[in-house]
Design a protein around this ligand. Sequence first.
Ligand code: FDA
Length: 308
Amino acid sequence: MNPLRSLILAAAGSDAVRRLVATTPGTAGVVERFVAGNTVADAVTRVNRLVDDGLSVTLDHLGEDVTEPRHAEQSVQTYLSLLDRLYAEGLTARVEASVKLSALGLRLDERLALDNAYRVCAAAEQCGTTVTIDMENHTTTDATLRVLAELRHTWPWVGGVLQAYLRRTEDDVRELAVADSRVRLCKGAYAEPDEVAFTRGHEVDLAYVRCANLLLAGDGYPMFATHDPRLIAILAERARWYGRKQGSYEYQMLYGVRPDEQRRLAAEGETVRIYVPFGENWYAYLMRRLAERPANLLFFLRALASRS
Ligand code: FDA
């Protein structure tokens, strides 16, 4: 892995760097580019704009790796009010929720995370929408897939995420590429060791294409989460090759990343879903975004320098 990327991802876990970044003047402007505000109301305002532009959305309440049950409970309560608000505003046909199990207590107890995820999924069903369970670092993959399988007994529409950089993922894709199965395929955003993950960019890209082929050939609903122009061109060609009609798969991109490309694909009739994070605990999320693109880091450092 690129040394700068490793350094930034290491800083994502550092409390000292978090405090420094959070209290430095100028940070807010950069955070705004990638995060849709602190509250449910802020997020819903941004979501309305995206939906007006023909985009679909998945909303993520930021916060991960909670170590106290009351924080997991706060996260559940935020998702419940978010879902109520989406229903009240008539947005649930186009907007769903993304959930990190570590925000619901996975690090404390898998059962707690499962119970909490049940509550969020039950509320989503009542509101007429869906939930996708994000994937975190490789130490959580088995537990996350177990919880996903449990949830799918009751709600087959619960989406899962697979990361192309993990060496195990092709096998996982084969398991999940079944009828009605919503699977988001991403490259993977965490610093992972060579034993479990491909660490060279071109290996990850090749793995992504292999997994995409399996998903397109299968009976599920693939959700291709990438901003990579080369992969997007390959996916368009592969979708045609497999006879996939628009709407039988979707593209997904992050809020604030390649907005013109998001709208270009939507204008071509593709389903494009934007992952919109909101909430006060933006630090780890922001660091992963900075690690993905050195230009973002320069933009960030320039903003800090000009305002401090
Ligand atoms: P890559 O990083 O190679 O970027 C390709 C090109 O896209 C860049 O050259 C640049 O033009 C543009 N680009 C990419 N990232 C950018 C950024 N941050 N800022 C500006 N431009 C950028 N990961 C995970 O481990 N678990 C998960 O659950 C999810 N969920 C998820 C949902 C959605 C909707 C998306 C889009 C992504 C995720 N990810 C994720 C993150 C994913 O694993 C990956 O880290 C990022 O999407 C970046 O990878 P790309 O495929 O975009 O390619």
